[in-house]
Design a protein around this ligand. Structure first.
Ligand SMILES: [Zn+2]
Length: 194
């Protein structure tokens, strides 16, 4: 109860909370885009990219979701529950999660050339960001004080999932370490492979 009250107080009084409300409005407009791809009711769109790139990321998203669905039912259910939209774009960070809009933003680049590595890479990001979704649902607000603790939980989930793919792990790990150090207080959470 106290956590719930703190959560909404934090959302109402911080810039991050207002940005998340803005995301809800902004990403609602994605509904106007021509028929986005939907996999198990998770809609996937790519913003500002060439058609060929769009095809690639759509395929990556499909492969990543199918990989999680076929290898890890529990984490897949978490994604289904917490992610309504996957939005690819030229984001500053690898990924972010915006709770009101239930949007998982993923950066379309770098994209590994190897399809299986790409699938595992994007799957790891989805596992990470959907764990942020779960924590938001449990009303753990993403504040400067608990940021590191929450990131550790998400990172541990991402790494546990990655350990299922020993062949792809070194290449994916290398990519995940190329983290972006920029931060944007408007976004609920950042993928920051620490
Ligand atoms: Zn994160």
């Amino acid at each position: 109860m106290l956590r719930e009250a703190f959560y909404w107080l934090h959302k109402a009084t911080t810039r991050a909370g207002w940005f998340q409300a803005f995301h809800l409005v902004l990403f609602s407009m994605c509904r106007l885009l021509p028929v986005p791809l939907a996999i198990e009711r998770i809609r996937i769109v790519a913003l500002r990219s060439k058609e060929s790139d769009t095809m690639k990321v759509m395929k990556d998203a499909r492969n990543a979701l199918e990989l999680i669905r076929d290898s890890d039912r529990r984490r897949f259910q978490r994604i289904r529950r917490n992610v309504g939209w996957i939005v690819f774009g030229a984001w500053k960070n690898f990924g972010f999660y915006s709770p009101f809009a239930r949007v998982c933003g993923l950066r379309s680049r770098p994209r590994p050339d190897d399809e299986q590595v790409a699938a595992v890479f994007f799957a790891c990001l989805l596992v990470h960001e959907s764990t942020h979704g779960l924590l938001e649902r449990k009303r753990f607000s993403y504040t400067s004080k608990n940021r590191i603790r929450l990131e550790r939980i998400c990172l541990a989930e991402e790494q546990r999932f990655l350990s299922r793919f020993p062949k792809e792990k070194p290449a994916v790990q290398k990519l995940l370490r190329k983290k972006s150090t920029t931060t944007d207080p408007g976004i609920a959470s950042f993928h920051s492979a620490q």
